[in-house]
Ligand binder design. Structure first.
Ligand code: SF4
Length: 586
């Protein structure tokens, strides 16, 4: 095959054995890679509890990794979330996707449970297990430095869990190459339950490309579109300011979640924006392998500059106006290996519950306790919903399916209300991103204060993103490029003859399969919802912008329309008819 290696490494940590799985070519063609291939392999396994040794944890690349296709360094991690109980996958950057292909594998599926903390070491010459007890209790940067110090691994890639996962934080992340996070839903806790501390990979194999000149053509086409995109490469775009470029825009639209989503306007936002970080930290850019956009930012003294969600939640959501405290909060989460969105929302929930204003000192202390699993941090580390439920106030947890909301208040862009509700992963902006239409006005502008027509937009967006995560491309590129250019790249690499429309059908199948998995695990329409606050309370209006509650009846009508368009029944459950149409069974 071109593009794929044709080999998946199956690892059983209980008896420390490995096998090579060779799938038929149709399985690759029908699932592409990344999210699609992981979903195919885990379909029958995601009924297990997240900490059952039989539960699988998949790391999956795609056919474009290790080629010159733009943003080809990414990959997907998938399992069942300890935070939500739903299927959970995360697209992650860095270079592991590229290096794993160089080691000769399309992916790794890990099952079982090691007796003690272990490492998995993979190269193009073999696979070994190592004792990793000496790496426990250490911050992520130290673990990464020690793993990178091993002479054979100096050009390798490393995925690891930090102290948060060791201490049972339900939103513990898997950290790749020191800076890149499979952050949401607690995949790090799944890895820790297997006592797998790290995966280290090196290799030098090449990926066979079917038609190099055609790939170059596709690459140039994508580069041209990126160069013409103000959002990506404009003076105020994410190349220059990182994803923090969104901060002013979301603030000015009066949809910045503030004080645990009780307000949507943060008066200190103008001093907490990406420009302020650029000035104060003299930022430089870096990023994932195979990417020329380089949206990550680092300060002159090595400070990691927060991404937009972190920037927003550790300022507005907590009512914090101390820039350095945001950078420190980010640093604590990074070193512990935990998701900043879930951590910040959990903190905001505790502030609402207690009625106390969090100071930088108090929230940084709580964050350290979460990472260590001590004091109040022990319950906050269980996530906002469990924390609020234990206190008898589940309604103050700003979550969907138990996953904490990112930094877009749904009252300011109503498509997000439906996107949060229908996402298979829970309160997430990466399954569908109607913000693209409602705020960025791409590819076509829609009315952000109307739900009309959003069901179809969200369904298409979910299918598109399922393809993007299966190509293991970066979603940011799709502010400029489209599936047409990526279909061309995919065909050039693999020899397939597919089109954007055919790829969207593949995406529909991948997403529907996730609905089937969730339905088997007890999820239904009751879980496709958002907290009552958004239907009852207004946001922070101004003279010219009225931020009203979401109309419950209109929301339910549009959700029903989504179910129809998606081929689900009125309770949000998959139907045998639609499943059969997509070649699935429910
Ligand atoms: S745009 Fe950013 S997240 Fe996407 S591949 Fe490039 S560096 Fe990674």
């Amino acid at each position: 095959m071109h593009g794929w290696t044709g080999k998946i490494l199956q690892v059983n940590l209980t008896d420390k054995t490995t096998e090579e799985l060779r799938l038929p070519p149709e399985t690759y063609l029908n699932n592409i890679g990344g999210k699609g291939l992981a979903g195919e392999l885990l379909f029958e396994h995601l009924g297990h509890r997240w900490d059952d040794p039989q539960m699988s944890l998949a790391f999956m690349t795609g056919p474009l990794n290790n080629t010159s296709s733009p943003t080809s360094g990414r990959m997907t991690v998938m399992s069942r979330s300890p935070l939500t109980g739903a299927i959970c996958d995360a697209s992650v950057g860095g270079k592991m996707g590229t290096i794993l292909k160089r080691a000769g594998y399309d992916g790794i599926v890990v099952t079982g449970q090691s007796e003690g903390w272990c490492g998995l070491n993979i190269s193009d010459t073999g696979v070994t297990f190592s004792n990793a007890t000496h790496l426990t209790g250490l911050p992520v940067s130290t673990i990464h430095a020690r793993l990178s110090d091993v002479p054979a691994m100096q050009n390798g890639a490393h995925a690891m869990v930090g102290p948060a996962a060791e201490n049972g934080v339900r939103y513990a992340a898997i950290v790749f190459d020191g800076h890149y996070f499979a952050g949401r839903g607690g995949l790090g806790l799944v890895m820790a339950a297997k006592k797998l501390k790290h995966i280290s990979v090196c290799g030098s194999l090449k990926t066979e490309v079917f038609e190099r000149a055609e790939l170059k053509g596709a690459q140039e086409e994508i580069y041209r579109l990126v160069a013409a995109s103000p959002v990506l490469t404009g003076d105020l775009g994410i190349t220059h300011y990182g994803t923090g470029a969104l901060y002013d825009l979301i603030g000015s639209r009066r949809m910045m979640p503030t004080h645990n989503f009780r307000q949507t306007w943060f008066e200190h936002a103008p001093t907490m924006n990406a420009h302020a970080y650029k000035q104060q930290y003299d930022t430089k850019k870096f990023g994932c392998a195979g990417c020329h956009i380089l949206c990550k930012k680092i300060g002159a003294k090595g400070e990691i500059i927060p991404e937009f969600e972190t920037m927003s939640h550790f300022s507005a959501l907590l009512g914090n106006q101390d820039l350095e405290a945001v950078v420190e909060a980010n640093q604590i989460c990074n070193e512990a290996g935990m998701d900043t969105i879930s951590a910040a929302v959990s903190l905001a929930t505790s502030a609402e519950l207690s009625g106390q204003v969090l100071t930088p000192e108090s929230f940084l202390k709580l964050l350290r306790e979460i990472a260590a699993g001590t004091g109040a941090g022990a319950t906050l580390g269980q996530g906002a919903l469990r924390f609020a439920t234990a206190a008898g106030r589940p309604e103050i947890a700003m979550v969907s399916k138990g996953l904490e909301f990112p930094a877009y208040d749904p009252r300011g862009a109503l498509g997000m209300a439906l996107a949060y509700a229908t996402s298979t992963r829970g309160g997430c902006h990466l399954r569908a991103y109607p913000i693209s239409h409602e705020i960025l006005r791409k590819p076509v502008a829609t009315d952000r204060f109307s739900l009309s027509g959003k069901a179809r937009i969200i369904k298409i967006s979910e299918d598109l993103n399922a393809v993007v995560d299966s190509l293991t491309a970066c979603k940011f590129l799709f502010f400029a490029a489209s599936l047409e250019e990526y279909a061309r790249a995919l065909n050039a690499v693999t020899g397939m003859q597919t089109s954007a429309q055919q790829l969207l059908k593949v995406g529909e199948r991948i997403y529907y399969r996730e609905r089937i998995i969730n339905a088997r695990n007890g999820f239904s329409a009751a879980d496709d919802d958002i907290p009552a606050r958004f239907f009852a309370e207004s946001g922070s209006s101004s003279e010219s912008i009225r931020v009203l509650p979401v109309d419950r009846d209109e929301f339910l009508q549009e959700r029903a329309a989504y179910y129809r368009i998606r081929g689900l029944d009125e309770n949000g459950l998959p139907t045998p008819h639609k499943a059969a149409e997509l070649g699935l069974s429910c």
